[in-house]
Design a protein around this ligand. Structure first.
Ligand code: FES
Length: 69
């Protein structure tokens, strides 16, 4: 099972209405390695910032060890 097969379609960023699968695509397809990269590629995390921890977890699940930026 690869990374993109383990994610769901649950909403991860309520401010921008972005699903977990869209964030996973940003990481796996567009190479997003930081929260800023995810904001730039799919918009998730661009509002209240409360989803940043979940976004970091997704990035780190993809093998990026430091997703703090
Ligand atoms: S829930 Fe993602 S920025 Fe607010």
């Amino acid at each position: 099972m690869n990374f993109t097969e383990t994610v769901t379609d649950r909403m991860i960023c309520h401010c921008l209405q972005v699903k977990e699968s869209q964030v996973a695509d940003s990481v796996a397809i567009y190479g997003a390695g930081t929260v800023k990269d995810v904001v730039r590629t799919c918009g998730a995390g661009g509002g209240c910032n409360s989803c940043h921890a979940k976004i970091r977890q997704l990035i780190e699940a993809h093998g990026v060890t430091d997703a703090t930026s």
